[in-house]
Structure formats: C-alpha cells, structure tokens
Design a protein around this ligand. Structure first.
Ligand code: SF4
Length: 483
C-alpha cells in the first residue's frame, strides 16, 4: 500500500491517519496508477480522499472548511471516515495521532474548558471511544495533584546504559550487545560518571531542584556489580538522595541481574526497580530473542524482595509474536500473583529498525485488543489504577501503553517525562536532554551522540553541549523569577 498526499497542507497528519489503517504503507510523492494506494488532496475548492485496493476504488470529496477552521484537520477527518468505511476498522483513539492524549486534558483544563467540552472534543470531534476517553480522564484526575505541585526549577535526571545481554526482536533502541562490545563498557562508565558530575555542576549553577533519578537503557544491570557501584556511587556523591521523590533503576532482564547487583542497587539508594518479564511464556521469550526463562524472572523477583526492594515495576507486552490471548492472560495473572507495586502493559509496536520489521517476519498477531481489555479489567480488579499513558506510532491496533500502580506507588519520573512537567537532564549515549521553560511552554533539546563508541570519542563535545543547560535557564529565569 502506498500513501500519496497532495495540496497546500502539511502531509504529516494525513499520513499519520493513513498509517493507522495501513501501518506498513510507504509514502510516495507521485500518484501511481494501478498500485494499491491511499490518497488525500486539498485543492483550491474541495478536499478529496480515496483508497484503491485490489482494483476497487472508493473516493470521497468535501468542500473546504469555513474560514478559521483547519484545512489539515478537515482533510484528516475526510480521510479517517473514508478509511474507516473501506476497512471496517474503528480506531480506539479515533483521529488522535499524538503521543500524549492525557496532556490534552491537562491543557484544556488549564485553559478553562468545561469537562463536557473536553469530552465532546475527544468523543465527537476526534471520534475517540468512550472507553479510551474514560481511561485518559481517570489518569488525568490521578495526576492532577502531582502536576499541581510542580515548581519552575524542578528537574529529573536520566542516566542511560546502552548495553543489553542480547537484542530483543521488537527493539529499535541503539543498545549494543554486552558480550560483543565488552571493551567499551568500562570506558563508557568512566565517561558517564564524568557527565553525571557535569550535570550536577550545571544544575547547581542554575539553582535547579532534583526530583527523580532514572537509570535506564538498554539494561543497566548488564554492567558488572563493581561498575554499578562506581556509577551509583558517583550519583550518591553528587546528589542529596534523601531529598528525592524517587530513584529508579531498571533491572530489566534476569539473564544479567543477580542477587549481588540487586543488593548494590538497594545499598546505593534506589527506591524503585523494574524487572521486565514482557511475558511468562518460555516459547514467546525465545521468539523475541530473550535468553532466559520465566523461572529466571521468578528467581530474580524473589531475590529483589529478599534484598529489600519494596517498590517493583514489571513490564508486560500485549501482542508479542506467537503469544495468544490465553497465554497473555496467564502472564498477566502470574505478574499479579507476584504482587509488584507497578505493572506496565505495553502494546507491541512494529518499529522500523527492529529485527521483527527488518527481517520482514510474517508474524501472526493474536487479538491484541482483547489482551489489552483483559489487562485493564484484571488490573483494576486486582487493585491497580492507571497512572500514566502514552502512545506510539505503528502500535498494533493503535492501542496504548499504560502504567498501573497500587495506590501511593505512582512512578513519578514516568509522569514527569510523559506530561512534560519539568526538564529532564539526560546523561549517556543516545540521551536527549529536554529543557522545559520555567513557567512557560517552550521546550528545547540537547542531544548526546547515539552510540557508545561515538560518545566516548566525542566526549568533549558532549560536555560542551551541556553548557546549553545554563544558557537555557539564563534566558528564561529572569522573566520567570521576577514575574
Ligand atoms: S532489553 Fe530493552 S533495550 Fe535491550 S534489546 Fe531488549 S527491548 Fe531493547
């Protein structure tokens, strides 16, 4: 299937609408005769959208919207309705293509919209299902006091470890396989510690208050226990951990996480960890390239509890290759039986750089919508509540990722980054520092080099770029603090 967008509008949103219905479609600049094609065009007098599949063609046209209305939105609506008719599919989030639906509710509330007007926006204008709107609303309500407590100079720190024991088939992250790139690991940790110190200098210089720390990846526990001590020791030296709201370390995979590393993470001050089974089905674990079994996950969870971790997240993925609704339900029940404080349910996303897509595997995906509904039901019944949500492009059935928690165990970092509440300073390869204007809506980014080797070699440039943090705050601080 090809996507062809024409006319005086940006093709970005119509393309996103077309991709919701045909995720693997490629974009074409030319109208191609005979090929299966979705097209959308804004002319001088009318809008047109059409789809041609297997020689059959369906076309709709509409007048241009009234003055003041968005031509792009009108074209997206026309295309969305036409593709719904042509495929018989209804998208759970309707025409909403963005990553952060909950943010829309926060923004509209802040702009003085009534609850009814917000509902109409989601359900009538965007054609979002009432169930999805209600999920987003529940999360917005839960986040409200957390967001209300924000201060202009708050920030969080992200530290990235771009190494993993093996590559999962659905992953598009730049992570390197630890066995193959072993010689890079120690120099990487040395530079990372230097960057953490630089972050501390920048934050102090700007008068920022650290709220949360997140060590993620990759898989941070692919470092040795001594390397974890070195990194977390540097963090402890630089920051007053007693003032943090939360300190998370991803202990993602049991094939590189043992009792010693779990004890180091606890000893050096982490208050939350993540152990990510994705599934408890051994065959599905093998299908996605994981080199461990479900029994290893149980062992890892038990060791984590034994060394005193009292706040554990577990990630599951709905729609993994070879999984079934029954097997997903069994994974969910197993996760709930372990009684972790957080369970995050992701829907599989087909990322272009993943092996799953590159190798063009002809996977059959089970009914992922049924899996996600089942998760929502069983987690609510087990006493978990949804506390953050985000969407990604090319996710099966256009579904979402939702973090669930026991009351009082909301993962603050996840809320802060997803709702763009405050700046996130990011250390490590692939890191992207996101600077949020104090008291305003402007966002600027500073990027680190992507790969560990580049990061090590170009480290002086990384440090130079970090001066952008002070420059950013110098630009905005006077107007904010002097009102
Ligand atoms: S553990 Fe995570 S980062 Fe590492 S390969 Fe798997 S999905 Fe990618």
């Amino acid at each position: 299937m090809l996507i062809h967008i024409k006319g005086g509008v940006s093709g970005y949103e119509p393309e996103n609408i077309a991709r919701m219905f045909f995720p693997g479609a490629s974009l074409t600049a030319k109208y191609v005769r005979g090929e299966d094609l979705v097209f959308a065009a804004a002319g001088r007098c009318r809008l047109a959208a059409g789809v041609r599949r297997g020689g059959k063609c369906l076309v709709r046209t509409a007048p241009l919207p009234q003055e003041g209305e968005s031509v792009e939105f009108a074209l997206c609506s026309l295309l969305y309705e036409l593709l719904g008719q042509a495929t018989g599919l209804r998208m759970p989030w309707g025409k909403l293509t963005g990553v952060r639906p909950v943010r829309i509710i926060h923004d509209k509330r802040a702009a003085g919209w009534s609850e009814e007007a917000i509902r109409d926006l989601f359900v009538d204008r965007y054609d979002c299902t009432p169930e999805r709107f209600s999920l987003a609303l529940q999360i917005a309500d839960l986040q409200k006091p957390i967001i209300a407590g924000r201060q202009p100079l708050d920030y969080s720190l992200y530290i990235g470890i771009p190494f993993c024991p093996s590559r999962c088939s659905y992953c598009s992250f730049v992570s390197r396989t630890i066995g193959r790139d072993q010689k890079l690991v120690q120099p990487y940790v040395d530079k990372l510690c230097e960057e953490v110190r630089e972050m501390k200098r920048q934050a102090e210089h700007c008068g920022l208050n650290l709220k949360t720390i997140y060590i993620g990846g990759g898989t941070p526990t692919s470092l040795s226990a001594d390397q974890l001590r070195q990194l977390m020791g540097t963090v402890r030296e630089c920051f007053d951990l007693s003032r943090l709201e939360e300190y998370t370390v991803e202990a993602g995979r049991p094939d590189c996480t043992d009792a010693e590393k779990l004890a180091v993470i606890k000893e050096y001050g982490a208050s939350r960890i993540s152990i990510n089974p994705q599934t408890f089905n051994d065959q599905v674990l093998a299908n996605i390239g994981r080199k461990h079994s479900a029994a290893d996950i149980l062992r890892c969870f038990d060791e984590a509890r034994q060394v005193g971790h009292g706040n554990i997240n577990m990630d599951l993925i709905a729609g993994l290759p070879g999984d079934t609704v029954e097997s997903f339900a069994a994974s969910l029940d197993q996760a709930i039986a372990l009684d972790p404080e957080n369970i995050t349910v992701h829907t599989l996303t087909l990322k272009r750089a993943s092996n799953l897509v590159i190798e063009n595997r002809d996977e059959a995906y089970a009914d992922v919508a049924a899996m996600v509904e089942l998760a929502n039901q069983r987690l609510a019944d087990a006493g978990y509540r949804p506390y953050y949500l985000y969407r990604q492009k090319n996710t099966l059935k256009n579904l979402e990722n939702t973090g669930w928690c026991k009351p009082g165990y909301e993962g603050y970092y996840n809320i802060y980054i997803m709702e763009e509440i405050h700046s996130i300073l990011s250390a490590g390869a692939g890191g992207s520092t996101k600077l949020c204007q104090p008291g305003g809506s402007r966002i600027e980014r500073i990027f680190n080099y992507k790969y560990p080797a580049e990061y090590i070699e170009g480290f002086d440039e990384i440090l130079r770029r970090k001066e952008g943090v002070s420059a950013f705050y110098a630009r905005y601080l006077d107007s904010e603090t002097t009102g």
